[in-house]
Ligand binder design. Structure first.
Ligand code: PRP
Ligand code: MN
Ligand code: MG
Length: 180
C-alpha cells in the first residue's frame, strides 16, 4: 500500500471483477445501439479503458474534461469545460463514465448539457458512489461500489493530481494533506 494511504478499500482484483459485471450489464442494455461512451477526464481514465475492454458490443468512445475541484479538496459547485466532446451528441445513446459521484454537481451539469444537445438517451455509469456527499439530486444508472464519507484516491482518482496511478482504491491519510 502507498504510504500516504490509510486503508485499501478495493483491490485491483476486486475492481476488475466488478468492472466485468458492470460491462455485462451495459452490453446487455446497449445491444445493437452503438452507444457513445464518454469518459470524463481525468478521474475516469482507468475505469473507462477497463470497462471498454470488457464490453461485448460495439461502442464508440470519446472524452470530455470538466473540473469542479481544482487543487482544493472540496467541490466548488461550479463546473468548467476544459475539453468538449469531439463527437456530435445529437441522436446518440450516451453513456457517461465517471469514477465517483460526490456532490453530484459534475454529473448533473453533464447530463443536462448532453440532453440539451439532443442526445437520444443519456445514462451514467460511476465506479464509485459517495451518497453522503450529495448536494444535488442525481443518481447513476450503474454503480460499482458505494464508498464512505472519506477521502478516496487511486485508480484514476487524485488528490492534488497525485495517486491517480495506483491500481487500487483507498482512503487518503489526511496527515499528508498539502498545507497552503
Ligand atoms: C472529480 C471526480 C468526479 C467529480 C465528482 O473530478 O473525478 O468527476 O470530481 O465530484 P462531484 O460529484 O462533487 O462533482 P475533478 O473535478 O476533481 O477532476 P478530475 O477528474 O480531473 O480529477
Ligand atoms: Mn472527474
Ligand atoms: Mg480531481
Amino acid at each position: 500500500m502507498h504510504p500516504h494511504l490509510k486503508e485499501v478499500l478495493f483491490t485491483r482484483e476486486q475492481i476488475a471483477q466488478r468492472v466485468k459485471e458492470l460491462a455485462q450489464d451495459v452490453s446487455h442494455d446497449y445491444e445493437g445501439k452503438n452507444p457513445l461512451v464518454v469518459g470524463i477526464l481525468k478521474g475516469s481514465i482507468m475505469f473507462t479503458v477497463d470497462l471498454l475492454k470488457e464490453l461485448s458490443i460495439d461502442a464508440e468512445v470519446d472524452f470530455m474534461d470538466v473540473t469542479s475541484y481544482g487543487y482544493g479538496i472540496s467541490s466548488s459547485g461550479e463546473v468548467r469545460i476544459l475539453k468538449d466532446l469531439s463527437s456530435v451528441a445529437h441522436g446518440r445513446d450516451i453513456l457517461i463514465v465517471e469514477d465517483i459521484i460526490d456532490t453530484g454537481n459534475t454529473l448533473l451539469y453533464l447530463k443536462k448539457l448532453l440532453q440539451g444537445r439532443g442526445a437520444n438517451s443519456v445514462k451514467i455509469i460511476s465506479l464509485l458512489d459517495k451518497p453522503s456527499g450529495r448536494k444535488v439530486e442525481i443518481e447513476a444508472d450503474y454503480v460499482g461500489f458505494e464508498v464512505p464519507d472519506a477521502f478516496i484516491v487511486g485508480y484514476g482518482i487524485d488528490y492534488a493530481e497525485r495517486y491517480r496511478q495506483l491500481p487500487y482504491i483507498g482512503i487518503f491519510n489526511e496527515e499528508f494533506l498539502i498545507k497552503e
